[in-house]
Design a binder for this molecule. Sequence first.
Ligand SMILES: Cc1ncc(COP(=O)(O)O)c(C=O)c1O
Length: 454
Amino acid sequence: MAHAPGIDRRRLGELTERELTRFAAERPRSTELLERARASMPQGVPNGWMTELFGHDPLWIDRGEGPYLFDVDGHRLLDTNIADTSMFCGYSLEPVVKAVSERIALGPQFLMPTEDAIVVAEELARRWALPKWRFTLSATTANTEAIRVARHLTGRPKLLMFEGKYHGHADEMLVTREDGALKPEMLGLLPRVVDDVRLIPFNDLETLERALAPGDVACVVTEPALTNVGVVLPDDGFHAELRRLTREAGTLLVIDETHTLICGPGGLTRVWGLEPDVISLGKSIGAGVPIGAYGMTEEVAAALEPVADYGGGDFVPEVATGGTLFGNPLQMASARAALTEVLTDEAYERASRLGARVADGIEAAAASGGLPWKAHRLGPRAGYGFDGRLPRTSTDAHAAHDAELYRFLRLWMVNRGVWEAMEWAGPAISVAATDTDVDHYVETLGSLVEELVA
Ligand SMILES: Cc1ncc(COP(=O)(O)O)c(C=O)c1O
């Protein structure tokens, strides 16, 4: 693990201990709930991420309101994690509350469509310039289905991704490179999950060309900019070459905008003029109601039309897609309200302006303490480059990542009313936040730097 320059490690350790003690002391109700929960749930939480991602005991939440969370001990927190971007809309926004409440009252699920689905698909088609859309329950399942469609259409086995990626918790997407060899990234995965995966460095076009050359890659799946290892931006010309090479190789290009969709209506695909065959989405388009979606060209969509009369038997001549609650009316009601009433052009512009203010504030606060930090900038999202550089690859990002410093930063912020982004993400501004909230963030960070370098 890297140690950021200019930080006295002993002081960092002492301050971290002090903040941990304060965190626990000010949260008796959270502590009580955790103790009770440990009897009925592993780690005392319904989803391991709710404790693993944060570097301290889980915070139990009472409610959200606009850009804020309220924990069960009565603290109000400005939310800059926004549930890993999934709450970009902010909390309790009237159009979403109304649409979801009405839909629950009228029936949230029939395994049959409602008109909202058409509005959502039309709106996504307008924003991402891809005509046809399918819905799932998460971005993971959207990517899973997109990969299956690509394999079926191309008749090829291989999935190519870039190091530092994250596209969800499906077996083949959880592959990493260690000492030159591909390996499952976590426990519970079979060694053979690597067999049909190629994993290469981001921004490395020569390796990409070589990896596509055998003609066996069904699809490349990538984010426009990597966002799960800090932020790694593409080099100038990277996307144009990626598109040219994938077309030449007969490989489909799947752009995963699950995180980057907060950068504008149509995400970075629209901002950068990308031309994917498939776009995958999730998280914030549901405004908190689980959703995944993938959009595709007419040629790709043809794979999802019936191919033959199904005469029964064990083999079903369809691409393996679908699930009982995929495309359910509740998610469609929520997504319709989010897309048509909350995630407006003006809302994206404001959030990006505020995100840039956070990034400026990070650099100014660090400079005032003589620290070299550089801020990531990605629309409403900022982030920390503790070594004063912005990475070009995931290797650069790992070399600059100071987990101990980030843990201290999170504790300092939460003890002073800011729910900082989880490790490897960066603070992101929801459309419900204001300039006053950004002032609060930047001032709190300023006090941290002062204390750290004192
Ligand atoms: C780029 C990207 N794709 C897909 C996913 C998977 O999303 P979900 O956990 O909602 O399935 C994530 C989650 O962080 C992500 O960052």
